[in-house]
Design a protein around this ligand. Structure first.
Ligand SMILES: O=C(CO)[C@H](O)[C@H](O)COP(=O)(O)O
Length: 228
């Protein structure tokens, strides 16, 4: 029987959740396993409150009986568990493959700790093989996309069938194809300076810990240095 490495990493991360915590729920196929395990622990008596980073995660949590609160009802979170599309040894991340990067960044930045859960295919020496998701406002999107292209990438507006993909916030996503991202922090600054960019999928100085499930059934833990 093959091992589900995403489940392995996600369930390890849920061991860090303690009674009374306010927990941020990530989005994606790895975060799914964390939410599932949390639901199991809640049914066994764990007392937590949670906020979700997407409609999909909110629906899953609700079904499992995990108590949810609105963003405005709490000041901060104790711990967020979320996946990543790529991570390097400094715990710089690319996120947003599932389109939830804006809420994910707000939630992770307002959490005392963020644990990234991933399978080993997400670990890279240099970020950028995975197209960087950038959330942009629909208004004048052509101009924003043209500005993104000046950063040395090929931006492609994400589609959902024949339509442009819309985030939970009503915005579009430009998936920016770089060959490699030499300096994630320089690129993050440039992206923040483009009018029309709502948020980008580079998470720098946000993750405290990565739990990586390996194909041989082991777990690798990487510690990050938080600056946000
Ligand atoms: O950033 C994300 C969603 O916006 C996800 O965390 C990321 O895409 C990883 O997803 P998965 O665990 O399914 O590979």
């Amino acid at each position: 029987m093959s091992i589900n490495v995403k489940q392995l990493a996600a369930e390890k991360a849920v061991e860090y959740v303690q009674d009374g915590m306010k927990v941020g729920l990530g989005t994606g196929s790895t975060a799914y396993w964390a939410i599932r395990k949390l639901g199991e622990r809640v049914s066994e008596g764990l007392k937590i409150t949670a906020v979700a980073t997407s409609q999909a995660s909110e629906d899953q949590a609700r079904e499992l009986g995990i108590p949810l609160v609105a963003f405005g009802d709490i000041d901060s979170l104790d711990l967020t568990i979320d996946g990543a599309d790529e991570l390097d040894s400094k715990l710089q991340l690319i996120k947003g493959g599932g389109g939830a990067l804006l809420r994910e960044k707000i939630v992770a930045s307002n959490s005392t700790r963020m644990i990234v859960v991933a399978d080993e295919s997400k670990s890279v020496a240099t970020l950028g093989k995975f197209p960087l998701p950038v959330e942009i406002v629909p208004f004048a999107r052509e101009w924003t996309v043209a500005e993104l292209a000046t950063l040395g990438c090929e931006p492609v507006l994400r589609k959902n069938g024949d339509e442009l993909y819309k985030t939970d916030n009503g915005n579009y996503i430009a998936d920016c194809h770089f060959v490699a991202i030499d300096s994630a922090s320089d690129l993050a600054l440039k992206l923040q300076g483009i009018p029309g960019v709502v948020e980008h999928g580079l998470f720098i100085g946000i993750a405290d810990l990565a739990i990586i499930g390996k194909n041989d059934g082991s777990i690798e833990i990487i510690e990050g240095v938080r600056s946000i």
